[in-house]
Write a protein that binds this ligand. Structure first.
Ligand SMILES: Nc1ncnc2c1ncn2[C@@H]1O[C@H](COP(=O)(O)OP(=O)(O)O)[C@@H](O)[C@H]1O
Ligand SMILES: [Mg+2]
Length: 241
């Protein structure tokens, strides 16, 4: 099945034949910033997709980067967070909703090349989510460190393999502050050729939940530890661009 791939699976130049490379080569010559589509994805709900998408987006915005958040979840988590934000007198972020894969592709195709698009997908497998995954420059899959999480990840991994985008990173999220042993997860990911585990670890912190509920990100708070954690993740993502 074809989802309007930017990344094209199954051809000999599998890892290089990407539409944006054309744009990119120009951008690099100008010393400009290249377009980045970053998707936070998992077919499992409750793993922290919206939490990470929102905070990563706010981290980049905080750094002066232009960011558009694309909310593909029918629960409209980020869309509503942003509404709460605006209603409480804070600045509204740019949040876009797309209802069809075609709409999403046209959003991808009409980006400005100094923008980062951050996509928050819903926790299920459908055409629009697959389209986001196939078009992404980077896919981040949040998982926790437990056996059930590993099993859930295996289901999603099969889908990722079908789509074939090789730029998949797992990030450990919602990890108990004292946990240091990630054997279960590193072993599970070690078996996957196309998937790597990021060094950054996002710990379980109540600030993530507290801020989301009132339309804020951790960058609206003075929680330096959480900010450093998300910044570290963003720097690591940036280093892969
Ligand atoms: N690192 C974290 N620390 C504490 N709570 C978290 C963390 N990540 C996610 N959560 C909480 O877990 C719940 C599910 O997160 P959410 O981002 O909505 O998941 P998803 O979008 O994958 O369904 C939310 O209540 C959120 O606040
Ligand atoms: Mg969500």
């Amino acid at each position: 099945m074809v989802y309007g791939y930017k990344f094209i699976k199954g051809t000999e130049d599998e890892k290089t034949r990407r539409i944006t490379d054309l744009y990119r080569s120009n951008d690099f010559e100008d010393g400009g910033i290249c377009i980045m589509i970053l998707t936070v994805a998992h077919t499992k709900g409750g793993v922290g997709k919206s939490t990470l998408a929102w905070n990563i987006a706010n981290c980049f915005i905080n750094d002066g980067q232009k960011v558009k958040i694309i909310d593909l979840d029918f629960q409209q988590t980020i869309f509503f967070i942003n509404d709460i934000r605006y209603a409480s007198g804070l600045d509204k972020k740019e949040v876009i909703q797309c209802e069809t894969a075609a709409e999403l592709i046209s959003t991808f195709e009409t980006y400005n090349n100094d923008e980062i698009l951050i996509v928050d997908v819903g926790g299920f497998d459908n055409d629009i989510n697959r389209t986001a995954i196939s078009w992404s420059d980077q896919i981040i899959v949040p998982i926790s460190n437990s056996l059930t999480e590993v099993l859930g990840f295996k289901t999603f991994e099969a889908i990722l393999e079908e789509i074939g985008n090789p730029f998949v990173n797992v990030v450990l999220n919602n990890i108990h502050p004292l946990t240091k042993d990630f054997d279960v997860i590193t072993r599970a990911i070690g078996e996957s050729e196309n998937i790597s585990l990021l060094n950054s670890i996002i710990r379980n912190r109540k600030i993530y939940k507290e801020t989301l509920g009132v339309g804020k990100s951790i960058f609206d708070t003075k929680n330096e530890v959480a900010k450093a954690e998300i910044k570290g993740l963003c720097d690591e993502l940036r280093s892969n661009w």
